[in-house]
Design a binder for this molecule. Sequence first.
Ligand code: ASP
Length: 411
Amino acid sequence: MQEFQEGDYVEVKTKKGVFRGVLLPKPKFSDDDIIVIKMDNGYNVGVVPEEIRLLRRAEKREARREIKVKFREGLPTVSIIGTGGTIASYVDYRTGAVHPALSAEDFLFTVPEIVEEANIRASVVFNILSEDMKPEHWITIARKIKDEAEKSDGIVVPHGTDTMSYTAAALSFMFEKLPLPVVLVGSQRSSDRPSSDAYLNLISAVKVAKTDLGEVVVVMHASSSDDRCAIHRGTRVRKMHTSRRDAFESVNSMPIGEVSDKVRFFREYRRRDDDLVLRDRLDEKVSLIYYYPGMPLEVMERMLEGMHGAVIMGTGLGHVASEFVPLLREKIRDGMVIGMTTQCIYGRVNLNVYSTGRELKHAGVIPLEDMLPEVAYVKLMWLLANYEPEDVTHLMRENLRGEIEKRRFLK
Ligand code: ASP
């Protein structure tokens, strides 16, 4: 083993067959002298020393292809603003390690065909998993988009998938006017896996960034096969599956379009505005509360303590146990804005059907129609920071960015 180093391209013969690939670092969990190689198809194989019949260096594979980015006259410019997550990483086939994509070249390494679509300006604002995102990150992304908008025709934001819908909603509200598309994109499987969705998602996102769209959207696989992506409105989209490639859905709504070879819009959408207006303040004193049977009153009390607003995910049409009503009434009297959404996710809240609903409505709880709870949470943060308190209540029920729809879609 001594004469081999991590990153060497090797051939291993065992009685199970011949494996060729890159020698990876020894796994931390193993005390044996197991060797692991990353094969050309992206899979790793581990071999214990007793099984090795022959181990030799094979013809070495290129560490990374050199791709030079040249500016091409006549092509639009698309800015890619990296934030982290699986999509923003590439695999160094020399060591098998996953690295963040930091430059235009790195993105092109994942999707070389991008150069046919646009001149790429690439930058990275941070490199984090999206579960670590906070409202301050949404603001940083928004400000970077504003800067880039002066130099490009469209924006693509690679982002972790876990909380991408929160960021999409935050950006949707923060940009009151957009002179270019803002496209969030992620991937469920990293680009070193043969089943990765990174390639199709990224190239589709760049195609959408070239259209006349003036909205914030999310572009992700539309089906589990590798043929098309859906364009979801930023205030309608939700991750609905932990691992499927088509995990993202437009809820209580439909995607606004689709990308295969070409981009096709099949619903109304906002066109590019002439100018850009960004209102990037957010009031972080808002809670998102999932009500559950048996929730102690003190838990609700604590979650409302010191807050300016709260969005409750109630049961069914929008309920919490009736013993909570006096507490909510008191908080609303003291100036807190409290909205009701549903943990059903699909459908619309209605506080007129059951007595609890009617009591909640009387207490001043705002029924938030068919708005997604996360979207309502972000919207309330944004309204509280940018509007007079007396306007917040009615604006919560007004459709500002497609977050409330009157039409019902069957599901
Ligand atoms: N946990 C990761 C994230 O949201 C998953 C992903 O990138 O898809 O950043």
